[in-house]
Write a protein that binds this ligand. Sequence first.
Ligand code: ADP
Length: 291
Amino acid sequence: MTNDTDHGAETGRDPNDDRRDDRRRHANDEPPLINIENVFRRYPTGVEALRGVSLFAHEGEVVCIIGPSGSGKSTLLRCVNGLEPIDRGRILVGGREVRVKGREAREIRRQIGMVFQSFELFPHMTALSNVSEGPRTVLRMPRDKVEARAREFLAKVGLADKADALPAQLSGGQQQRVAIARALAMQPRAMLFDEATSALDPETVGEVLNVMQQLAQEGMTMLVVTHEMAFARSVADWVVVMENGQVLEEGTPKRIFEAPRLARTREFLQRVEHAPAPTAQGLQAYNRPPD
Ligand code: ADP
């Protein structure tokens, strides 16, 4: 029997943890949709960004990855999407191993939507064209279907009336919602969010978190790297704490936030809780529907 107050645990990862077993049972013994097994990644510069990371997400689960800057969270997401090679271990999406090159790599990447901190929209294209681009060029859908689909996803993120706007005419939050619509238009099996709200003005953070929460409620499988602890706490099914290229500990949001096992996790959580809250206004808007 695991004891939540057992702060003496060496690693924070306990193979007998009853909650881990619970989580597996809830998933009806299906294999995870995303399975990361003992992954290592060393950059050519010599930085060891990932040092034996394992984690998984079942279909429909939201897994939030938190931890100090430089702990390898972003690298991990890029590896899941095949944007970054790994040196050891393996990553399976839907039972297929992720590759960085070739047809298989493209097929897997198509199944995973990724949203970056910096939006990455085409600046010379309207919101509608940005969302249409993937379905048109990658999925090769006919023009009328592409446009209908793009409008549907813009509406889904609350931007039906911004179809003809260029990115520069939109707020950061609106641009990020276009980026989410663009990823969704490819009808991915899972979505990866890499600090999707970190570059936003405080007042637009909430509208993006709202869209992410809505997706979670609809059953989208999501890996979310975030500094928004309130979001992780209320939306995640599972929270993974990373530090120095490793998983420090993981558990339900309640367990991680209320009874972290490791002193390092507690220190990190205290630091972020006591940091100036740049997103306070955004969080006020958190439960408002996007405009
Ligand atoms: P996090 O997302 O947790 O902030 P990152 O994955 O961005 O962490 O970075 C992990 C480590 O890898 C850091 O030491 C960072 O400086 C390094 N790093 C990230 N990207 C690169 C890169 N393209 N080339 C070399 N080192 C990198």
